[in-house]
Design a protein around this ligand. Structure first.
Ligand code: DLZ
Length: 155
């Protein structure tokens, strides 16, 4: 999927409670995603931030569900899954994607999707918000989640 066409989103998250659920595989990329998310939360004026680490992306939905059911106004899910030589990649990606979608739709709490699903580590580094990265998917996931909280207020 190309990053071309992404909107520039300006968000005001003052007063919101945001929980970041973050997997732990692929440390360097995760460090970039987390730093990008923290920067975007600060720019948006979100003071009430919790960060919860889980082992892998497969565990993101259950943590997101707990956060959504216990007072978070928005959840941001961060993870990195890199394709290997077995079908495991497809299963972990599908579990994370479907699980996070289910949490969001079922609870009504927006979940920002900052899970990178990449063929190799370089693709992940390019999107990690690190020096030299082309994109910052941690920040984008925060901005999307907060923008959706604001959009839902009008419905
Ligand atoms: C097992 C596994 C593998 C092979 N690769 C990744 C990965 O690239 N990214 C990731 O976030 N998690 C990976 N995992 C771990 C699973 O998400 C999960 O934590 C384990 O299967 C234990 O439930």
């Amino acid at each position: 999927m190309s990053g071309a066409g992404a909107p520039r989103i300006e968000v005001d998250g003052a007063g919101l409670r945001v929980t970041v659920v973050a997997a732990s595989w692929h440390t360097q990329v995760m460090d970039g995603l987390l730093a990008g998310a923290r920067g975007a939360l600060e720019r948006a004026g979100v003071a009430n931030v919790r960060v919860v680490r889980v082992p892998g992306s497969f565990e993101l939905p259950v943590a997101a569900a707990r956060a959504a059911e216990h007072g978070a106004d928005a959840v941001v899910a961060l993870g990195v899954v890199i394709r290997g030589g077995t079908p495991h990649f497809e299963y972990v990606c599908a579990a994370a994607t479907n699980g996070l979608t289910d949490v969001s739709v079922r609870t009504g709490v927006p979940v920002g999707f900052g899970v990178l699903t990449c063929d190799d580590e370089q693709q992940a580094l390019d999107r990690a918000g690190l020096p030299g990265s082309r994109e910052d998917k941690g920040a984008e996931a925060v901005e999307a989640a907060i923008a959706t909280v604001v959009a839902l207020r009008d419905l």
